[in-house]
Design a protein around this ligand. Structure first.
Ligand SMILES: [Fe+2]
Length: 228
């Protein structure tokens, strides 16, 4: 992705969050200059990769296959002594027909919440023993109501609704056409993008970036180390 595109998408997301009164913590607005200055007191943000995350999943077509996320809080399995927090929270922007590819998590249980805007369509499959798509049925909980589903069934979340995605449950999602972008929340166990994502098709989790202009904001994997 070009840096100019990432800059524009973050500005657009900030505008959307502000219009819908979803307020972000101070570090969402920190410039690269602040990041070069701030010391070890911000290590929790650095080490737990909190903050902006814009990805085209390495496929080079963000509007078709992509996701913009902001991680508000997270623990860290690899540094549990320092960060024993067992939960995570994210806010995302999912555009109409913009796909997050089919994947599951071995460990993470996540509630996906439609926090406003359009409708979120989620396509679901159980994983089989070989981590492929099972044709078996399964049950999910949609705001406390159990729903029995078949392979490939879709659940549509309107604003305010949420679904609990259990480990080993394959999910792919996108915004419903004609309904506008969706602000999507995630409340989950600790998020570990290094080890806990199983994509059905092998794809990249983070984009390759072409630096065609300076970054307005660092992404969560770009923070410089503390110098003091
Ligand atoms: Fe997921």
């Amino acid at each position: 992705m070009k840096r100019s595109e990432i800059n524009r998408l973050i500005e657009e997301a900030l505008d959307l969050f502000s219009k819908t009164s979803f307020l972000l913590p101070p570090f969402a607005f920190w410039s690269p200059e602040i990041w070069w200055e701030i010391g070890q007191e911000a290590n929790e943000i650095r080490e737990n990769t909190l903050g902006w995350d814009v990805t085209d999943f390495g496929l080079g077509d963000f509007s078709r296959t992509g996701l913009l996320l902001f991680t508000i809080r997270n623990g860290n399995y690899a540094k549990k002594d320092r960060y024993p927090k067992g939960y995570a929270e994210k806010i995302m922007v999912v555009k109409e027909e913009q796909i997050t590819p089919m994947h599951f998590h071995w460990k993470k249980r996540e509630d996906i919440i439609n926090r406003g805007g359009g409708n979120l369509v989620i396509e679901l499959y159980a994983a089989d023993r070989d981590e492929g798509l099972s044709q078996e049925g399964f049950a999910v909980s949609v705001d406390g109501i159990r729903r029995n589903l078949g392979a490939g069934d879709r659940v549509i979340l309107t604003p305010g609704e949420s679904i609990c995605l259990t480990p080993l449950l394959y999910h792919s999602f996108y915004g419903e056409a004609g309904k506008g972008p969706v602000i999507v929340g995630e409340v989950s166990d600790v998020n570990d993008d290094e080890l806990d994502n199983r994509f059905l098709q092998p794809i990249g989790r983070f984009p390759l970036i072409i630096e065609d202009e300076p970054p307005l904001y660092f992404l969560c994997n770009e923070y410089p180390p503390a110098r003091k």
